[in-house]
Design a protein around this ligand. Structure first.
Ligand code: SF4
Length: 220
């Protein structure tokens, strides 16, 4: 198990060295539209396998037209596809968005539910988006594990896991609960700027001295 001091050190290094980085998508949405759980959920449904900058642009275009579950549920599917066509898998995502909005209107009285079980029942919402909404929108201690969190937590040598489900469980054991929500925010920024998927920038990484660089074959 990872030493508590190492985890604390990593969190404080990342907090200090990500101040000037562009915030992840959900935080940027909050900054521009206020803390609205539904908009965080929508950004989570739209963002998989898409660059944050593209997702943000598409969110802006969609939010100009509609911002509530009822409004989005009333957009004809072809129009919804047109609004979000710039992102990958837009047809499937338009379908999910339409169904998710309808379900929130019909089954949750127009409000994003606050439990993991209910969130997971919504089309297009997997564990990553559910935990993102719970953590960022409702401040419930959950660890949102995306590709950055999975990759960097393993490279650091904090955990040894094969998939995001294992990563979530392993991180719950080693991270203090107070850091669960922020772990995603910090590691997403680190993953987008320093510990990139291919050839991470280890030579300028402030975590280099404590990182075990597990599985890193090529770096800059
Ligand atoms: S030292 Fe390299 S592998 Fe480790 S966190 Fe930094 S960039 Fe990633």
């Amino acid at each position: 198990m990872a030493d508590k001091n190492i985890v604390n050190k990593i969190v404080s290094v990342l907090q200090k060295n990500t101040k000037n980085f562009i915030q992840p998508l959900a935080q940027t949405i909050i900054k521009q539209y206020g803390k609205k759980p539904f908009l965080i959920l929508v950004s989570g449904i739209l963002s998989p396998r898409v660059k944050d900058s593209t997702s943000l642009q598409v969110c802006h275009e969609l939010f100009k037209v509609a911002q509530t579950p009822k409004q989005i549920s009333e957009i004809p599917i072809r129009k919804l596809e047109k609004l979000i066509y710039k992102i990958g898998f837009y047809k499937n995502k338009a379908k999910s968005l339409n169904k998710a909005s309808k379900m929130i209107v019909e089954e949750f009285n127009g409000k994003v539910p606050k439990t993991q079980k209910e969130l997971l029942s919504i089309p297009g919402v997997g564990i990553k988006v559910a935990n993102l909404v719970l953590g960022i929108a409702f401040k419930k201690p959950e660890i949102c594990v995306d590709v950055h969190v999975h990759r960097i937590s393993n490279r650091l040598g904090l955990i040894k896991t094969k998939n995001v489900i294992q990563t979530e469980k392993a991180l719950q054991k080693i991270l203090p609960e107070k850091d669960w929500i922020e772990w995603n925010t910090l590691l997403v920024m680190w993953g987008q700027n320093i510990c990139t998927p291919v050839s991470p920038k280890c030579s300028i990484c402030k975590l280099s001295k404590i990182c075990k660089k597990v599985g890193v074959k090529k770096h800059r």
